[in-house]
Design a protein around this ligand. Structure first.
Ligand SMILES: [Zn+2]
Length: 432
């Protein structure tokens, strides 16, 4: 922790609460935002004319283990990953990449080998640099769900390897939640229904009400969170009523789902980049090259593939229509997607934000809020007392970025014009 204060002057300030303010000052004292930005003797004073100061970004659907596989096709999808040491290196690299992109907080999504927990420990010990992390573990799935029943490697009896964990019945779900938490996880991930991205949504819920409630009961009892891959209308209702904290994707949310989610206080991660990239790839597929390479586990005719793609596009357009209503209902929208998948490299986070601003017409300021403050709001209670961050107000933890330009006018400047990154009061990238 540095002793001298750093006073940032003359900046365009986006503090995570109100509209941007020009000519504003802010001081960092220790690891917090200071009460007063009035320079004192010994302070380092930095003039930020033409630059913006805003809260650090939060990636709220972060697969630390997704990245290039050592040999393409060596591991059956989601069942087996590469060797744990290799996965650990991928996770360390992803954390470093995220931090260098201005991401100061991440909420984990499913991963194997206790990667998120190890990452958190390695960062505490100074072995790896990365954002603050809320650690996730295995994705709980029912036997026969999309990651299991259609997995062509079923005969290998993989079950608990990789990032999924197969469970059946409330007692198994309850016991597994206790175990994951005992191993250091802070957010439990559930697989609730098929669809999102490369497959159409079906209106069903893989898990029973008692299974979902068992997980929420144990997790909340320990002060932890629950998130769910949850694209279906019925699944959203079940999760909102059970008290799931993060509803991932929410593709087929309807009026009742919007109302239930708003009432429950759950956050939604729309993650519309993966679907966008998948559709771009799929709809321009040249069938002369052979069968379409991204399937659902079983062989499909061309006609079946085309029907699937039409379903995915309908889901995508439906979600885009519904997103403004989710926002209007006051649902906490957060950003993050399956980065590390093919066509989705870690570090390409701004492309998701641009779908909301450029394609859908949301204001830059709104989307900056989703991408920073809203995620921090979910993280803070898990980080312990005094861990408020995501707003640049006196006493908050100093996690912030300095941008050359105004990201509320053009969010694209976050791609290559972040000139300063501060995590916990320390400059990770010092503004020149
Ligand atoms: Zn995911």
């Amino acid at each position: 922790m540095s002793e001298a204060r750093v006073v940032l002057q003359n900046a365009n300030l986006i503090n995570g609460i109100g509209p941007p303010r020009s000519g504003a000052s802010l001081a960092i004292e220790g690891n917090r935002i200071a009460e007063s930005a009035e320079p004192r003797s010994g302070d380092r004073v930095v003039d930020l004319a033409g630059k913006t100061v805003m809260p650090g970004l939060t990636q709220c659907h972060f697969h630390s283990g997704f990245g290039p596989a050592p040999t393409l096709g060596a591991a059956p999808i989601l069942g087996l990953d590469a060797a744990p040491p290799y996965m650990g290196m991928i996770a360390a690299r992803n954390a470093q990449t995220a931090l260098q992109c201005g991401v100061t907080g991440i909420i984990g999504s499913s991963n194997g080998d206790n990667l998120d927990v190890c990452l958190r420990e390695a960062m505490i010990l100074g072995l790896v640099q990365g954002p603050r992390i809320i650690a996730c573990g295995h994705e709980f799935m029912a036997p026969g769900d999309m990651a299991d029943g259609t997995n062509r490697s079923w005969f290998m009896g993989i079950q608990h390897s990789g990032l999924t964990r197969r469970l059946s019945g409330a007692e198994e779900f309850r016991a597994a939640t206790r175990e994951e938490i005992g191993r250091g996880c802070e957010i439990i991930k559930l697989s609730i229904g098929p669809g999102h991205g490369s497959a159409p949504v079906r209106d069903m819920c893989y898990l029973t009400r008692s299974e979902i409630e068992a997980v929420v009961d144990v997790a909340h009892g320990h002060g932890k969170l629950v998130r769910a891959h949850c694209p279906s209308r019925i699944g959203i209702l079940e999760c909102a009523h059970a008290g799931v904290d993060i509803i991932d994707h929410a593709d087929r949310i309807d009026d009742e789902g919007i109302e239930a989610t708003a009432k429950s206080g759950a956050s939604i991660t729309p993650s519309l980049l993966w679907t966008t990239r998948f559709l771009q790839f799929a709809e321009s597929w040249d069938w002369n090259l052979g069968p379409f390479p991204i399937g659902e586990g079983f062989a499909e005719t061309q006609e079946q593939v085309m029907t699937r793609l039409r379903g995915v596009r309908e889901d995508f357009e439906y979600t885009c229509e519904r997103l403004p209503e989710m926002v209007k209902a006051g649902i906490n929208i957060i950003c993050g997607d399956d980065f590390g998948f093919p066509m989705m490299p870690h570090g390409d986070y701004v492309s998701e934000y641009e779908i909301y601003t450029k394609t859908m017409g949301f204001s830059g300021l709104d989307v900056l809020g989703w991408a920073s403050t809203n995620g921090a709001r979910v993280m803070a209670p898990l980080l312990g007392e005094g861990s408020e961050h995501g707003t640049l107000t006196a006493g908050a933890l100093a996690d912030l970025i300095i941008v050359d330009g105004d990201p509320s006018a053009d969010i694209g400047v976050l791609r290559d014009r972040i000139v300063g990154i501060v995590r916990d009061g320390e400059f990770v990238r010092d503004v020149a």
